[in-house]
Design a binder for this molecule. Sequence first.
Ligand code: PLP
Length: 448
Amino acid sequence: MLKNGKKMEGEEDEAAAGGGGGGNTVNDAELDEKIHGDFLISKKKIYLNNGSVGPVPISTVKAITDFYLRYSEQGPDSTESNEYLENLKMETRRRVADLINCDSDEIIFTSSTTEGINFVTNGIAWGVNDRILLRNSKSEHFSNYLPWIKAANDNDLQIERFPFENENMVIEDLTKLMESPPSPSPSPRFPRIVSTSHVMYNNGSITPIEKMGSIIKKKNKKTLFSIDGAQSVGAIEVDVKKIKCDFLSFPAFKWICGPLGIGVLYVNKKVMNDEFEPVFVGSGTAQTESIKEGKDNIKGGSSANKKQETLKYYKYPQKYHSTFRNYPGLAGLESSIRYLLRIGISNICKKNKKLSNIFRGEISKIKEIAIHEASEESMRSSMVSFSFRNNNNNRVKILIEKLQEKGIILAEREIGMKKIVRASPHFYNTENEIIKTINEIKIITSKI
Ligand SMILES: Cc1ncc(COP(=O)(O)O)c(C=O)c1O
């Protein structure tokens, strides 16, 4: 835990030691040993639903408890506490910056991915006929779809969609769409922004965002690039510099295994300076300035200089934090990132891949089941989704329920109208848990 923003005795600086990925390479047995007992859920259930909400390790539960103990002892609005909160904010920024390779002042704290995306869609100073490039609603989570539709409707913008099928198609279509607006004039030549999820919530496929970022910025430096990182940050390495993205929104409470109600929006500082307005303003975000706006008629026929008050924002990222009070969330987020970086994102990614490959291999042997995944291996994340070849929607529902009765938690999701079962293992799950789950799926499937 933090002491006046400084690390406690014996606390190593994992991020500094290992860079964004963190940790030394460990094999899976060492990893299992290292984290054994850290997640209470493992004592009771087989939890394979980390793509919905991830559990927090005990160290994070303790960090949040410690926060409240200290805050209560010091008195909430004391000089000591205020200094503590400020240091906590700085330290958490540093951790997040290490995780995604940005500067500390490029981080805005939010409550969720959805809130971060809404900050973007409402904060961009839109121009007439601006073009937005987006995936279709079959592939995108509604949280990275509806806010763009609303922005388009509110501001008379144009939305164009690029398809999903495979890596080449994403790249080819993006290349074409970047330069050819559907209706030539008065459409601007280049899109104002391109948005995509890094990992698709339903079939778990990875979008080639580094390639996309290169194409976008090569064609037009000014086109913005926005990433929904809800299903990637914490599970795979995410480096905003390599991606060349301007926005990245993600929650603490999925793959980072942090607390509910806290998320992060990364914004490139050049964009913060030039074209990204705060959505909420209030104490701590701006000052007022008076400007004279010439003569104004006042009652009685005389005239006076009209003074108009305007806002002068404080420097980023402060200007975006009008309502932020979730300091316990910061204590938890800081602790969870520290925990992940101690293990190392590359170790986590390797372990997750292994678990999901075992799952894929076994589930594909069941004749009644079809897997939904990217065709290229390299584009598959650790989430595995499948459906039944016959009488699907009903069987998906029953399977999920029957598994729950056995203490095995998977998620029901959808691809268009088709229901799917989604397994999303994370590094604290074990091979044994995967095998047990598959065995139960086989038994239940034979009966439904
Ligand atoms: C791709 C994607 N985007 C956004 C969200 C919404 O995330 P949040 O609850 O952090 O707003 C989810 C949730 O599952 C998701 O999978």
